[in-house]
Design a protein. Structure first.
Lengths: 98, 513
């Protein structure tokens, strides 16, 4: 998917994550993670982000995560929503979402 | 033979015992009225005008140990007020032995950085000061003690307090102080009473001078050296709230329901039992569910220990708890209760939990309900460091009541945010697993396998029982397996068990890149 504008999803509530996706033309993926559980789950969160972007075929994007202890499934869902919004796409493949 | 001051012949010694001849009525007692004829003088009071004068008069020197109490909780003005003055006076290398320190005491960071304070002894640390210590920015490691352990250390002289600076809600000009009179009432002065008894010099700081004698008193005039009147010893709104409210959080209520069900089905729930509860959400709610069962089954508690909250006061006034022993009073209702209810009795920290005195109250507890940041497969409990390894809590009376009680119940959610409460090994052990009997969570109840009698007893009872291993697995299925926290070799805190032995150390957390 091609990122064309800023897309956001999530919140700063406990157990949620606020994800902002921005375009980054030709410069690959740039992930910036802030998390209250970075010491314990930082690597795992980055892995989930990477996998999700891979599945959505996002090559170039700036991604900022403000994590308040979200579970993997929450991170995946918020990231997918943010990417779709940032790509300006409203045709969500509900059946095929991870 | 020689003549004494009134001309009587007194032998110098008798049967080998040396005798000191009378030398005048006020010669050897400097604090006694020196001039009978004058009705105004000497003014028999211990008042000085400022904190600075008190510090000078106390003889405070470099390298000494000073103490504070935490009865004013987050409303305390005393620590910052006194340390400001001491720091400005240029006194260095002090040890602060506080019963506990709160988040707003982070002003101490400046006093540590300029060398005024070089060691901390406390039950806990919070906020920026805790982060500062965890980051290895203090020279000497902090010594963490339990409330009972502190009383023991002070009584045996392991902690030798040179000057105690004790904020009191009211006192008279001669030093009779109590905690329930005045605008900054905090209730029990239990922790401060130990300092008053055992410090070399005792300075009382108050914002309410009462008429002499300020009876009933918790700190006696015969222990007090110096008194300072200030505008305010604390912020009343932060010292106590009206009534500690019962949580509406459904998860806490579920934990509380499980805990109450467990206690009611246990052999400890019988007429005349005794109990202590914490002031956390689930713990307080447990009291509410217990109340319903006590009323239904016509069971009353003979006494409660605490940590007194409005919940307990209600039970006491309804006759469900006959007597209350109070080391620390948590809310306005309880402060009013300690002032008016004759069977609501103030106790000091040694009476509460000193393991080496001739009998402390925790020894006679039947049931205690306690919280936990982490609990591990061996039932060791951490209430000091967060899951990121950074100091954020306090030892408190946790280990004291766990071992003293017949049934120690740990209540906590299985998972908080992305953090599992159950771990393979807790980061810091405050309370050893051998003194913990059961863990009650929203996802299941685990009895310590060491308590074979309880496991046998509960075989016939239908409650959501699990093993600790199963609970850990349940949690990790939800949140995943965390990476281990990385520490440096540097020790920033020593955790003293209540008997004075070191049960664990806290290490500096490696900085995140």
């Amino acid at each position: 998917m091609k990122i064309v504008k800023t897309g956001m999803a999530g919140s700063l509530e406990s157990s949620d994550v606020l994800i902002t996706v921005d375009s980054n033309p030709g410069k690959g993926r740039n992930v910036n993670l802030n998390s209250i559980v970075k010491r314990q789950y930082g690597k795992q969160i980055l892995k989930v982000v990477d996998e999700t972007l891979e599945q959505l075929s996002v090559k170039d994007a700036k991604i900022r995560l403000e994590d308040k202890g979200a579970l993997d499934c929450t991170i995946r869902a918020r990231l997918e929503a943010a990417v779709y919004r940032a790509a300006g796409s409203e045709s969500y493949p509900w059946e095929n979402l991870t | 033979m020689s003549k004494n001051a009134i001309g009587r012949e007194i032998p110098e010694e008798l049967d080998g015992v040396k005798l000191t001849p009378f030398d005048g009525a006020v010669k050897h007692t400097p604090l006694v009225r020196q001039d009978k004829g004058n009705r105004q003088l000497p003014r028999l009071n211990k008042l000085v005008d400022t904190i600075e004068q008190a510090v000078i008069k106390s003889g405070l020197q470099d390298g000494m140990t000073i103490s504070f109490h935490h009865h004013f909780r987050s409303g305390d003005y005393i620590v910052n007020m006194v340390m400001d003055v001491i720091s400005r006076m240029g006194i260095k290398d002090l040890t602060i032995a506080a019963s506990s320190l709160m988040a707003h005491h982070d002003e101490l960071i400046g006093h540590i950085e300029n060398g005024t304070v070089t060691q901390l002894i406390t039950s806990g640390l919070r906020g920026k000061l805790a982060k500062f210590v965890s980051a290895g920015k203090m020279g000497k490691p902090v010594l963490f003690h339990s409330h009972g352990g502190r009383a023991r250390a002070i009584e045996v002289g392991q902690i030798k307090i040179d000057v105690a600076f004790l904020g009191v809600p009211s006192c008279d000009v001669y030093g009779n102080a109590n905690g329930y009179t005045g605008p900054s009432a905090c209730g029990s002065l239990g922790y401060a009473m130990v300092d008053a008894k055992h410090s070399e010099t005792v300075v009382l700081i108050t914002d309410f001078l009462a008429d002499y004698p300020n009876t009933p008193f918790s700190i006696d005039q015969d222990l007090v050296d110096i008194i300072v009147k200030v505008d305010a010893v604390g912020d009343p709104k932060k010292i106590s709230t009206g009534a500690t409210r019962i949580t509406q959080n459904p998860r806490d209520l579920l934990i509380a329901r499980n805990a109450a069900d467990f206690i009611v089905a246990s052999p400890y729930f019988e007429d005349g039992f005794s109990m202590q509860t914490g002031s956390g959400g689930a713990s307080l709610a447990t009291t509410r569910f217990l109340t319903e069962q006590m009323e239904k089954k016509n069971i009353t508690a003979s006494w409660a220990l605490g940590g007194i909250t409005s919940q307990m006061v209600k039970m006491h006034e309804a006759g469900l708890i006959k007597k209350m022993l109070d080391i620390q009073t948590f809310d306005q209702d309880s402060i009013e209760s300690i002032a008016k209810n004759r069977l609501h009795t103030e106790i000091d920290a040694s009476y509460y939990a000193n393991p080496l005195n001739k009998g402390c109250a925790v020894n006679k507890l039947n049931v205690v309900i306690l919280s936990a940041l982490e609990i591990d497969l061996n039932f060791n409990v951490n209430v000091l460091t967060g899951s990121d390894g950074v100091i954020m809590g306090a030892s408190g009376g946790h280990s004291d009541t766990a071992i003293g009680s017949g049934l120690s119940v740990i209540v906590a959610p299985l998972v908080r945010g992305r953090t599992s409460t159950v771990t393979e090994n807790v980061l810091t052990v405050i309370t050893p697993g051998e003194s913990v009997d059961v863990f009650v969570s929203d996802r299941g109840i685990a009895i310590n396998p060491r308590r074979k009698d309880l496991i046998e007893h509960f075989k016939k009872v239908h409650l959501p029982f699990s093993t600790m291993e199963e609970l850990l697995e349940k949690a990790e299925r939800l949140v995943g397996k965390p990476d281990s926290i990385e520490f440096t070799d540097r020790i920033v805190g020593l955790v003293e068990y209540r008997d004075g032995t070191i049960i664990d150390v806290v290490r500096q957390v490696k900085a995140l890149d």
